[in-house]
Ligand binder design. Structure first.
Ligand SMILES: *Cc1c(COP(=O)(O)O)cnc(C)c1O
Length: 395
């Protein structure tokens, strides 16, 4: 179905931060499959693990014990706020599992009247009926009505509006710590801390969507760690499998109290192939120094992008984001700049608010940053000249 505006490029091979197209061209991949290829392409440890597991056992159902699933869950619990984990195949499935858990919690806790979830405008949680109803973005919901009920939306960053939206039917507050599709819009850390306090005050669950922000992207395993608070529920995906389709939702024992036998399920989620890769990703990410290097190289990239904005004030407004989750907000159509970067061999991702998302694999070094910035500079200079000549930049 023609649901994507695809660039006319086909890749046949990847290595680290580079992709190689069928026409022989090499691209520096600062899109990483939209924050998925967290360890770059064909990381040797992932390739070895996947190939080894493929010779042993691909799939058994969740009717049996899956030792690697138990191990990955234990490792996630040991490295997060959570006590319990459910594995899915994708982000939105994990997300919706979290919403189900919230409703079930209040049902089990004797407050079944509480079932509505407060969300924030500009958010993105995936493409199922419930996820589009939560985000309410016109492009996502148009023609797909009537909407799933149960989501109340408030303005980004507005605590007064949020407090006013709480009723005796409110079950939870739900945000992405940094909006991804919404244009790399970070919530203030104080805002996130206030959400924790409000949830405690009103008996609500705090649910974070860390599908894009999680798994080392911001220099912490999970972005909420920067705020020094913990949620009750969290969904992750994208970087968790390094390119293998995998997601998970995590919760405290208390929040998950309703999720008893038979309350949820999946055919593929957490199967041996996925779990082998999931453990291999963590092997690398939990190595001492890995996350610190994300912060260091992210700081260097940020510094170099700030200088790009200074050099091309007519083209860019600002840089925002944390770690290796950065956004360049453009003053000219971002799509034109992204196409220009691509023509010069650099891949980036568009987002709302005319933002160019810079989401490189977490394994890059300064050399890749320098190469990317050189392309961005070159294209920006050409666009600046074209605008000065009166060529249409918004064609
Ligand atoms: C990508 C994304 C999703 C949806 O994940 P899928 O795997 O595409 O279903 C949900 N929430 C956020 C924040 C995302 O970035």
């Amino acid at each position: 179905m023609p649901t994507y505006a695809r660039a006319d490029i086909a890749f046949e091979r990847g290595e680290g931060a580079f992709l190689f197209a069928t026409d022989g061209r090499r691209y520096l991949d600062f899109a990483a499959g939209i924050a998925v290829n967290s360890l770059g392409h064909c990381h040797p440890h992932l390739v070895e693990t996947l190939a080894g597991q493929a010779r042993m056992l691909w799939h058994v159902s969740n009717l049996y014990r899956i030792p690697d699933q138990e191990r990955l869950a234990e490792r996630l619990v040991a490295n997060s706020f959570a006590d319990t984990v459910f594995f899915s195949n994708s982000g939105v499935e994990a997300w919706e599992g979290g919403v189900k858990l919230i409703r079930k919690y209040h049902s089990a806790a004797g407050t079944p009247r509480r079932w509505r979830v407060i969300t924030v405008s500009g958010s993105f949680h995936g493409r199922t009926l419930a996820a589009i109803a939560a985000a309410k973005t016109p492009k996502l919901v148009d023609g797909f009505g009537p909407m799933v009920d149960g989501f109340d939306q408030v303005a980004f960053g507005n605590l007064n509006e949020l407090r006013a939206a709480i009723t005796d039917e409110t079950a939870a507050i739900h945000v992405e710590p940094i909006q991804g599709e919404g244009g790399i819009r970070p919530h203030d850390l104080d805002y996130l801390r206030a959400l924790r306090e409000i949830c405690d005050e009103f008996g609500l669950l705090l649910y974070f969507d860390e599908i894009q922000t999680g798994y080392g992207r911001t220099g912490k395993l999970f972005a909420h760690e920067w705020a020094g608070i913990t949620p009750d529920v969290m969904c992750v995906a994208k970087g968790i499998g390094g390119g293998f389709p995998l997601g998970a939702f995590l919760a405290t024992e208390r929040a998950a109290q309703g999720m008893g036998l038979g309350s949820h399920g999946t055919t593929y989620g957490g199967n041996p192939l996925a779990m082998a890769v999931g453990n291999a990703v963590l092997d690398v990410m939990l190595e001492p120094g890995f996350l610190d290097r994300v912060t260091t190289v992210g700081g260097y990239l940020r510094h170099r992008l700030d200088a790009v904005v200074d050099r091309h004030p007519a083209i860019y407004e600002l840089v925002r984001g944390v770690g290796l989750m950065l956004g360049l907000k453009a003053r000219v159509p971002a799509g034109e700049l992204i196409a220009g970067f691509r023509a010069e061999g650099l891949l980036t991702v568009p987002a709302a608010d005319n933002v160019i998302r810079i989401l490189p694999p977490l394994i890059i070094g300064e050399a890749e940053v320098d190469a990317a910035v050189a392309i961005i500079d070159r294209v920006s200079a050409a666009v600046a000249v074209a605008s000065a000549d009166g060529d249409t930049v918004d064609a």
